[in-house]
Structure formats: C-alpha cells, structure tokens
Design a protein around this ligand. Sequence first.
Ligand code: VAH
Length: 319
Amino acid sequence: MKRIIVTGCLGQIGSELVYRLRQEKGLDNVLATDIRKPEGHPVVEEGLFEVLDVLDEEKMLALATEFEADTMIHLASLLSSVAEDKPQIAWHINMSGLMNALEVSRKLNLQFFTPSSIGAFGPETPKINTPQDTLQRPKTMYGITKVAGELLCDYYHTKFGVDTRGVRFPGLISYDTLPGGGTTDYAVEIYYEALKNGSYVCPIGKGTVMDMMYMPDAINAIVDLMEAPEEQLIHRNAFNISAMSFDPEEIKESIQKVMPDFTMTYDVNPKLQGIADSWPDTLDCHVAKDEWQFSPIYDLDKMTVDMLEKLSIKLAKEN
Ligand code: VAH
C-alpha cells in the first residue's frame, strides 16, 4: 500500500482509517473520497479529498488514474438497519458500488480491500464459535450484499488476479464518528448517553450477545491484512475477526465500573432485535490469527475506560 484511494471516508471506519493512513503513508499518498464535501471536516481539510459517488465508475476510474493509486479501500455501503428500510437502494449502492470499485481495481491493477460483516451469517449458521468456513444464509438485505460481496471479491481474485482482501467486521465502537444505521450502533450510543444523561434506554434486548471491536483494533486489522505477504493467505474474502462478545448487560456493567450511578432500561426495537438475533454470538477467529497474525488489543473494560475518557474530551469541546 503506497498510494491509497479510499471511498466512504466520512463514515465511522473511513474517518479514522484516513487519519491513520495519512499519518503512516503521508498526506500526499492518501486520496479520501465521499459523496459529499462538508466544509471544515478534518477528512476534507487535512489532506487530499474529492467528491465521489461510488455509482459513478467513470469518475472513480479517472480519480484513481490521475492519483496513480496502487490500492483501493472501498468502504461506501449502507449498513444493516437502514438497508432493511430501503432494500432495493441498499442492493444498488452496496453491489453496484462494489462492482465499480472492483472494475477500477482490475483495470488499474490495484490491491483491494472491502469489509464484510458478521451480518454475512444467518440464523442457520452455528452461533457459538462461528467457523471461518460455514453456512451463510443471511435473512437481511445487508447480509445478502455482504455474502454476494465476499463471493464477488473472491471471483475477481480467481478470475482476474486482483489482490482482493476483506474481513468480517463485528460491531465497531468508536468516539470519532457516529455510525449510521447499524444494528450494533447501541454499543456506541450507550457511551454518549452515559456521559450526557447518566442513563440509556437500550433498543437491544438483555442477553443478546454480539461480537464487537474497538475502532483502533479495526484500523490495525485493515492495515495488517493489507500488508500481510500474499503467500501467507489461504483465505481472502473475508476473515472472521472479533475482539470481544457481550450483551447489553455486560457493557452496562463495564460502564458502571467507571460511572457507578449509570443506569439502563430497555425498550426493544423489534427490527433491530430481529437482525441481531440472526447474527452469531461469538466468532472463531483462529484463521485470521494463523494467516496474518490478527491480534486485537482492547477488551470490554479497556475499551470502556478509553471511550469514556476520549468521548468526555470530545463532548466538552462541542459544548
Ligand atoms: C451494522 N455496524 O450494524 C454494522 C456491522 C456487524 C455490524 O456490520 O450494520
């Protein structure tokens, strides 16, 4: 990875990945793109930025060509909850956007990354210690686009020799950019509400265990996978990765270790609960550990301490 074009840079992952890549590869070697250009946003102001709708393959090819990219990191996608509200648009954006990014990568011989998700699994998949290679029959449009995306990325590697790589992200928790329209967003909202109101009304039911990861570990995983020697990889799209699994009670208790007066009640959202119930509880991540030494740093309590500390600073600046 020397000259990287990134799509979806204003999103939860993109905003932090761009910051890391600009630090590591140099400001002139990272081209951030997204469908809009908010004035004053660090992603826009602190390095190279272009407006790009991932449905516009011609512009994507022109930008990647002019930038002389050697790597494409494609993050633009609708997430699980919002995709259930508009499934046809979600299929179009997630799949046509991905096809365009793969076509540009094929034409320019770019190394390629796009994330899959634990959402690529369905209710028939083993929920405990979900294997790397197993049944994938998701019941959400988001999950269908993720499974199709995994297969398409493997096809572009086998058929055209594109160096495609991906991970199945769990729920991601971060303080920089709010997630937009995901089922695991509760695990981010709870920290904001704990600091703002001292209490939270959780839309996901007690006992609903899902895989999760703190954003620093997610960013490390993308960079580590992309820089792993190709000959090490037996799998490609996409690797099971996770750092922890918890239910709402466990994250509540973790916050209470720092904020003893924090309280939480439940008002279960049937749509979110239905999606969460169809996903695994815990992933088996040994293949990622074996093939490219995946090793997350943050567990739940370590994440909670850092999240509350960093979010307090951020919220103080905003007020
Ligand atoms: C979502 N945050 O909730 C995303 C992610 C595993 C969850 O794919 O849709």
